[in-house]
Design a protein around this ligand. Sequence first.
Ligand code: FES
Length: 494
Amino acid sequence: MTGTTALNGKNGSCWTATAGPTSYSPLEGSIHAETVVVGAGIVGLTTALRLCEAGRSVIVLEALRVGRQVTGRSTAKITTQHGLIYHDLMRNLGQPTAQSYADANRAGVRQILDWAAAHAIDCDLETRAAYTYTADPARRGEIEAEANAARQLGLDAEVLDRAPLPFSTAGALRFPDQAQFNPARYAIGLARAVEKLGGRIFELSRAVSIDEASRWRVVTDNGTAHAENMVVATNMTVKSPVGMANRTQPRSHPVMAFRIDDPTRLDGMFLGIDNPTRSIRTGRDDAGPLLVVLGPKFNTGQDADVARRFVELESWARANLPVGAAAWRWCNEDYDTPDRLPYVGEPDPDKSPGFHIATGFNAWGISNGTAAGILISDRILGQSCPWEKLYDPARPYDKEFHINGQSQSIVGSFDEIGPGEGGVLVSGEKKIAAWRDETGELHTVSATCTHKGCTVSWNNADRTWDCPCHGSIFAADGSVIHGPARKALPPASL
Ligand code: FES
């Protein structure tokens, strides 16, 4: 059983809440295009728009709503500054790899800025400097090493004695002229541009099966899409000819957005490298300016008390930043990889030609995700892409992530589950995921993840069932929010 903590802020992302509606119809019947893209987030829509710009035919299938999933829950920094990464990449993988990573992300940033202007996308895009800071004088050398590495790769970087933050810091790395935006609005803008160029977009159209007949075929509840090229852009792939499970680790972060009187007091986007990690930026919703603060990552589905993370984050924000009432709170999700590089491209071009995936953005999915869309579209257009090798999805990996498939929410009886709480009851062969609503009624579904059978945990902040193995997330009623699972947790009872 997990806690009863009352959390401040509305459960949901401030970006998706203010993105405005979309109303693309679900797919019905059988249709064909040269390329079908599964997933209307930043990767899928970048791929689709580039293909449409080249005059190619594209179908985009979104299981829920455009831009409201992983993209709409990110902190949406448009930057080549990814904490401390370039020094690490140079040391571990060599200068050419680090250069390629810098180039890919620079191209991703440029593409976003170009499209936002060209398509007049109303996405609260603002130029900001990016800062990576430490409050620990002993870590100042790491900031300097990162600045040196970044400069060697052609990035504009300077070291400051302190970050422009209202609390004490001991050094900061500054990249000028980066940007921030509302990622859900941006995704919706991309979708409109795709549609204008003849691309077809379908919402509420979950891919329930993907297979290969004479060409690729995606089946949804009410329709089928056929294509020569298949792009699975669902954060974690819902299908791949090369297994991604052992080479990725699902991670979540708690994020909160607070009211703030004067957003100009925080001029920049900030990432702390000390433990616990903090990320800070401004934003806005329909009611006015916000300060968005993110806390340290945790393994998805492996924390028995996610709510505690929000309590800690709010307490830190109140002690250190000029925040007012908590407005929004949510968990985001992404996948880490052993070498900190994403997996993008054709995993098996000989056996599965035309099948493309993109995953493992290590929490930097805005620029990396756009670079992924550039790469995939280049390949479909028969062009080479300079970061093809960098993102090779079949490259060897030297570290396997340890998967802990245990539920964190085991209870001995349903009586232990209070209003608003959830728990997993194991009885013989049966595993029941139960949550009790505020009226006291108990709702039960199977606790066995429909991906590969691990037992889900209750996320007591988002009120979701999170799988500890590969990061599938299910709503309290069992419906799928995030794959790799494609099927809901079915109703179940003792
Ligand atoms: Fe793979 Fe649940 S996500 S078993």
